[in-house]
Design a protein. Structure first.
Length: 309
């Protein structure tokens, strides 16, 4: 050690910034990945190495930022949508000249590896490498869709978030599935098996992994083939079937709305109302008010017969 070197130059600068999570996906049922919206103050931020991979997407007005990560220094103006990709095991420090907001996405290593294996990529081609100020319009589109789920009063089915998370991984490792040498739709028997399983488990949490396993396909290929076969993404089909079942049960009048919401796989009654309004254009209450009188009379008569017996 050079005795003439001031002690202040030998020690790292003090951590001076604060990070406050405004929203978190912790309670949304996402598995293998997650996200949070973070308010980052001006100043220096030291970020330790994590077991999971991280992507930080800048939100809002441009901010001048400096970072030291993977033994490399970067100075840049972070604009809306710019992203930093930090693989698991890397620490670093960031310094922002002004307060900013970051949409932070974390991806579990198991979630990443499973997607890589399903894409049948060579290990050398499937590495998540550190990237700074990444500007990728397609990745931004996925990030903003996931952010909308985080900010929504009534988030969609976790299946939708899982679809977005898988697509983000595929985009980051550059392994979009190719269907040149494969079927472009699900085989009729396979489609029927998947649809039957969905209809029989609407009250449960469905995952892309289990649905893809029914078709003996990887998740990325299953997503593409399902859309080509049914004309809509997996998550949209599942929500639509839940709404259709809820409508039927509501018109039958045997159960209250809260019970119907749970039996159809919705998180709660307002979650069901949100999707019914979005897909049918009516709320559960409006549906019941518009119910034909003959249906109401038939239900009432059946109830009366049940009481008499």
């Amino acid at each position: 050690m050079n005795a003439a070197t001031p002690l202040s130059q030998l020690q790292p600068p003090p951590h001076s910034g604060s990070r406050i999570a405004l929203l978190s996906s912790q309670s949304l049922g996402w598995q293998g990945f997650g996200a949070e919206l973070v308010n980052v103050s001006a100043g220096l931020h030291r970020i330790p190495a994590f077991k999971h991979h991280r992507v930080g997407v800048h939100v809002g007005a441009p901010v001048r930022a400096r970072c030291l990560c993977n033994e490399r220094r970067h100075t840049r103006i972070q604009a809306h949508g710019d992203a930093d990709v930090i693989p698991a095991g890397l620490d670093g420090q960031w310094s922002d000249d002004a307060a900013c907001t970051i949409f932070s996405v974390w991806i579990g290593d198991e979630f990443l590896r499973r997607t890589v294996e399903q894409l049948a990529l060579k290990s050398a081609d499937a590495q998540l490498r550190p990237r700074f100020q990444m500007r990728d319009p397609r990745f931004q589109h996925l990030a903003w869709a996931l952010r909308a789920e985080l900010e929504a009063d009534d988030a969609s089915d976790p299946l939708y978030a899982e679809s977005l998370g898988t697509a983000m991984v595929v985009r980051l490792i550059g392994g979009a599935p190719s269907l040149d040498d494969k079927r472009r739709t699900l085989a009729p028997r396979t489609a029927a098996r998947v649809i039957e399983f969905i209809d029989g488990h609407l009250d449960q949490r469905l995952t892309l992994s289990e649905l893809a396993a029914l078709a003996d396909l990887s998740v990325p290929h299953f997503k593409v083939l399902f859309r080509e076969t049914l004309g809509m993404p997996v998550h949209r089909y599942v929500v639509q079937r839940r709404v259709e079942r809820a409508r039927t049960l509501l018109l039958e009048g045997r159960l209250n709305a809260s019970r119907i919401a749970l039996d159809c796989g919705f998180a709660h009654q307002s979650h069901m109302a949100h999707w019914m309004g979005r897909l049918l254009g009516v709320t559960p209450r409006e549906l019941l008010l518009a119910r034909p009188r003959d249906v109401t009379s038939a239900v009432s008569s059946e109830r009366d017969r049940g009481v008499e017996s």
